[in-house]
Design a protein. Structure first.
Length: 102
């Protein structure tokens, strides 16, 4: 999730659409960012569901491969930490904009 999200964000930032300044392009950039953010949240949610299933399988003894279960749990943990950091950075940026005097 982390690598895909970073690559998606880098692609968005490197795109030629960012260099254009008319309102149509700005709405395209906004919708692209919105799309990337929603896809990332969905992916984090899917990883969390997989981790929950893996933990339930471990608890009930139905796990077939303990290593794969551990990997699923670690992926979910790392993706959640990354999403929380992105949220924190976005909130900090928003607060900084609010503190800016005109």
């Amino acid at each position: 999730m982390a690598v895909n999200s970073i690559n998606s964000l880098q692609t968005l930032l490197n795109s030629k659409a960012i260099d254009k300044t008319n309102s149509k392009d700005k709405s395209n950039i906004s919708s692209s960012f919105d799309k990337i953010l929603k896809e990332s949240l969905k992916e984090v949610n899917d990883l969390q569901k997989n981790a929950d299933k893996a933990m339930a399988d471990i608890a009930t003894g139905e796990v077939k491969d303990l290593h794969q279960a551990a990997i699923a749990i670690d992926k979910a943990e790392i993706s959640m930490k990354m999403m929380l950091e992105i949220r924190n950075k976005a909130l900090n940026a928003y607060k900084e904009i609010l503190r800016t005097q005109i």
